[in-house]
Ligand binder design. Structure first.
Ligand SMILES: Cc1cc2nc3c(=O)[nH]c(=O)nc-3n(C[C@H](O)[C@H](O)[C@H](O)COP(=O)(O)OP(=O)(O)OC[C@H]3O[C@@H](n4cnc5c(N)ncnc54)[C@H](O)[C@@H]3O)c2cc1C
Length: 267
């Protein structure tokens, strides 16, 4: 069936790329390893229609005050060295009130995690995007959501936005019970957390094992998997090769790759 004729086909929309210079006005530790920043500034035109959307956050060299670069045909035009960029999920926002909240995993290495460990009220952050959104219809018989801590913002958004009557099976890997987040939803949610308990992130097969042993509801499902890239790829292969998932209805994203800085890839 062609994409346009499939009533369940996810819909992509593009957004005008805008850069924003925002200021931290609130810092909250959602859990010991997940730090939420409320950033205030001009949010005019901000749109994020899909739970898997991301903004680019820019991290400048030591001693350089964050600033906005003009947008050219190929994105931001940075004079001199381009700041480091990392992807983050818009968790909550209010365009009229002029704020957005981003959740950062404090994993201990890299410019984004280091920024999150040190930023306080008054710190500034440049963000760009989202450049587009992928909207998955709420008409599937059920939804599989899986991922590690980095996916919690996207999975949380999806869980919170799905309407009453939606059946959701969620399997989420976190360090331990203290890292579990609870969600308010009208959906019919079955949420399982699996715990690394001291094993390093990205080194276990906990998510894949939990999915392998899960019995799935009947009907046509859409799966969203995100987190460490090797895990995500393995789950996608299992779902499409052994569990009868339509590959068109599996979005498996590599949000990071063990041992590699600034790595993400779709599968
Ligand atoms: C679409 C999308 C949305 C995302 N949304 C979020 C979000 O909302 N919140 C969030 O926290 N992350 C999110 N991520 C993941 C985040 O972009 C990556 O974890 C990124 O690598 C963090 O950058 P960094 O500068 O901290 O580390 P990097 O400089 O990229 O990496 C440094 C080292 O840390 C390792 N590393 C990276 N991330 C982790 C981790 N989580 N645990 C353990 N080791 C790690 C790398 O393998 C590397 O060895 C998202 C990624 C994508 C693609």
């Amino acid at each position: 069936m062609s994409e346009t004729l499939d009533p369940r086909a996810p819909i992509r929309v593009r957004h005008e790329t805008r850069m924003r210079l925002l200021e931290v006005v609130r810092v909250t530790d959602v859990t010991p390893m997940m730090r939420r920043f409320r950033l205030k500034g001009d949010m005019t035109g901000f749109a994020s229609a899909g739970h898997a959307d991301h903004i680019k956050a820019f991290f400048f060299a030591d001693g350089v005050e964050p600033f906005l670069a003009p947008i050219g045909p190929n994105g931001a035009q940075w004079p001199g060295e381009r700041p480091q960029m990392r992807d983050y999920t818009p968790r909550y926002w209010d365009v009229d009130a002029g704020w957005i909240e981003l959740d950062f995993v404090l994993h201990g290495d890299g410019p984004a995690s280091s920024w999150a460990a040190g930023a306080t009220v008054g710190s500034t952050l440049v963000i760009g995007g989202p450049r587009g959104s992928l909207m998955v219809p709420a008409t599937f018989d059920w939804y599989l959501l899986a991922g590690d801590e980095t996916a919690l913002p996207a999975l949380g958004r999806r869980i919170e936005e799905l309407p009453a009557g939606s059946k959701v099976l969620a399997i989420i890997e976190v360090e331990n019970a203290a890292e579990e987040q609870r969600f308010v939803t009208k959906a019919d949610l079955a949420l399982t957390y699996v715990h690394r308990n001291g094993q390093p992130a990205g080194t276990t097969s906990l998510i894949l094992d939990a999915i392998k042993s899960a019995s799935f509801p009947q009907g046509v499902a859409y799966a969203y998997v995100a987190g460490e890239s090797t895990m995500s790829k393995a789950v996608r292969a299992h779902l499409t090769e052994q569990r009868g998932f339509n590959p068109e209805y599996v979005k498996a994203a590599g949000y990071w790759l063990l041992g590699v800085a600034d790595a993400q890839e779709p599968h």
